[in-house]
Design a protein around this ligand. Structure first.
Ligand code: PBG
Length: 324
């Protein structure tokens, strides 16, 4: 009988490093940024300790720090000066995100600027699409989303990321971008986005909580896995360049199954609720913060994610060189 001794290769840190199958590198991180109206604004987000809302004049400073830390990409979210039922500031060429993109690009900062394409922060009702008789309209919303994506493209964005979960919007956006001369602009699709309670702190920050009903008529049911795979396949067929699973940690099975069926670059979003769970538990002394952060990110990468959107990105970029 063989005497199994798995522990032989765990005996010291060098052996563990040599046999480690999953790597964490700053190359894999995307840092979300929240841009708000005003000047010299740098407001801590109460529901997300350590995360700030910044005005356009401050956004460059944030991006400079991101660049110094060698984080390759940021994901921009915006707050309009005024919301309306159509979310019209979302596709205003002088809207907040469009101006932030121009500002970052004018400083020639070496960063991939990704923009969130959605309506929920821009509509009075807080839904991700246009509304008629309390129903969220699909195809009409796709047309508006394509206008949003196009206005970001004109501002010089490097990648657009539709997060609304309307059917067919990736194909729609791709078509409009191609027609308008932006055939080189990639689309990161929030392909498998679940109707999750873990977005709570983000919605607080973005004032994007639906004013009636919920998002269950467009986001995926947390109980369904194979439906998520169909969403992923559909978005790839429609022309998505990268696909996302969101949230991350409660959905590792989805990440792993997506990884099994496709080689397309796969992104996981470690969302606001996942972030605050670790922060809150660490603040109480219930968890070792640094270890919990790294473990959660290793788990997400191990499940199959190539890239991770995370509020911990700057933090991890500082931890990794120290840890080796
Ligand atoms: C908007 C959007 C949401 C998030 C990213 N884009 C919220 C939602 O769908 O309600 C959540 C991000 C987070 O929680 O960190 N469609």
């Amino acid at each position: 009988m063989i005497d199994f001794r798995f522990r032989r290769l765990r005996l010291n840190e060098n052996l563990r490093r040599m046999t480690r199958r999953t790597q964490l590198s700053v190359d894999h991180f995307i840092y979300p940024l929240f841009v708000v109206p005003g000047e010299k604004v740098r407001t801590p987000i109460v529901s997300m300790p350590g995360v700030f809302q910044v005005s356009i004049d401050q956004v460059v400073r944030e991006v400079q720090e991101v660049c110094e830390l060698k984080i390759p990409a940021v994901l921009l979210f915006g707050q309009p000066t005024q919301k309306d039922v159509f979310g019209s500031q979302a596709y205003d060429d002088h809207g907040i995100v469009q101006r932030a993109i121009r500002e970052i690009k004018s400083h020639l900062l070496p960063v991939v600027v990704i923009s969130d394409v959605c309506l929920c922060a821009y509509t009075t009702h807080g839904h991700c699409g246009l509304v008629d008789k309390n129903q969220i309209l699909n195809d009409e919303t796709c047309e508006v989303l394509a206008k949003v994506a196009l206005s970001h493209a004109k501002g010089g964005v490097d990648m657009v990321a539709p997060s609304d979960m309307m059917d067919g919007r990736v194909g729609f956006i791709r078509h409009v971008l191609d027609q308008q001369g932006f055939s080189n602009l990639p689309i990161l699709s929030y392909a498998a986005k679940f109707a999750s309670s873990f977005y709570g702190p983000f919605r607080e920050a973005q004032h994007s909580t639906p004013q009636f009903g919920d998002r269950k008529s467009y986001q995926l049911d947390p109980a369904n896995a194979s439906e998520a795979l169909r969403e992923i396949e559909a978005d790839i067929q429609e022309g998505a360049d990268m696909v996302m699973v969101k949230p991350a940690l409660p959905y590792l099975d989805i990440l792993s199954r997506v990884r099994d069926i496709t080689d397309i670059p796969l992104v996981a979003y470690q969302v606001s609720g996942e972030y605050v769970m670790i922060e809150a538990a660490a603040a109480k002394g219930y968890l070792d913060r640094e270890r919990a952060i790294l473990e959660s990110l290793y788990a997400i990468r191990r499940a199959g994610a190539d890239m991770i959107i995370t509020y911990f990105a700057k933090e991890v970029a500082k931890i990794l060189p120290r840890r080796g």
